[in-house]
Design a protein around this ligand. Sequence first.
Ligand SMILES: Cc1cc2nc3c(=O)[nH]c(=O)nc-3n(C[C@H](O)[C@H](O)[C@H](O)COP(=O)(O)OP(=O)(O)OC[C@H]3O[C@@H](n4cnc5c(N)ncnc54)[C@H](O)[C@@H]3O)c2cc1C
Length: 279
Amino acid sequence: MAARALRWRPQGRFRLTEPDHGSDAAALETRATRDGDDYVLNGNKVYISGGTVADQLTVFARTGGPGAKGISAFVVDAHAAGVRIDRTDDKMGVRSVPTAHFSFSDVRVPSENLLGGVEGQGFNHAMLTLNSMRPTVGARGVGLAEGAAGYAMEWARERRAFGNAVIDFEAIQFMFADMAIQIEAARNLVYKAAWLVDQGKFMKEYAHNLSIAKAFATEMANKVAFDALQVLGAQGYMKDHPLERHYRDARQLTIVEGTSQVQRVVISRAMIDRALVYG
Ligand SMILES: Cc1cc2nc3c(=O)[nH]c(=O)nc-3n(C[C@H](O)[C@H](O)[C@H](O)COP(=O)(O)OP(=O)(O)OC[C@H]3O[C@@H](n4cnc5c(N)ncnc54)[C@H](O)[C@@H]3O)c2cc1C
């Protein structure tokens, strides 16, 4: 059993982002050109999570004209000729997951590896994947915040200042109350988003619910990590305690899988289009 676990490698890393196109993924430039029974893949992908340990890659590439409708998705053998890892990143956080930059030079991909079997569906696959993953990223925020708040609370019970335990100061107590309010609000948004995804409701008309949960829970994680570190004072800033890592890891969450700004584009668009109506 242990030997099997050691041999396990993640499959199907998600390759959308390119050096010149992140949030604007519909402008991607990696190209797949049909040649007999194969496609020939050329281009670059960056910041690919788990890329160095994957056996298979989900690569989004242009098979048609400009814009979203010209994009297709392919399953690519990570060890195929022409697939190269150009570099790995030295990140400030989430260091246990390597991210890598890839180049594809005349990589031959069998045509049966075209996801869905139809050209031009790739962007839709990418958006549905990202939508369905919003609660997962939000849940990472909730878990991170719980860990940070819990650690800070135990420390505040022990640490003494001005003859009191730090937890006895109302200013500190209210920081914890704010952490709890934020965590519970985020948890409920994430549960609602996960409930929608479980029912298959992650198409465009539901996307704002998922974006609200992702934006709130990941920004909440940053606030809670900030405050939890503050409770520890100088010790929080030191690597002797885990909170500096919570703080660094939280920073990633508002960037990956659609930045906070992009979530707000989705949410405001839903309001403008009357998919989300108040009053
Ligand atoms: C640790 C890590 C792991 C990652 N893993 C993966 C992965 O596995 N696969 C993958 O494909 N990608 C991955 N990414 C890339 C990630 O998805 C992109 O970084 C993200 O989509 C943003 O793109 P960008 O960095 O190019 O920023 P840009 O798109 O260049 O944006 C720069 C700034 O402009 C803002 N902005 C952009 N467009 C708008 C707009 N319309 N309105 C308002 N503001 C806007 C952004 O919010 C940001 O603040 C990863 C990134 C990180 C940091």
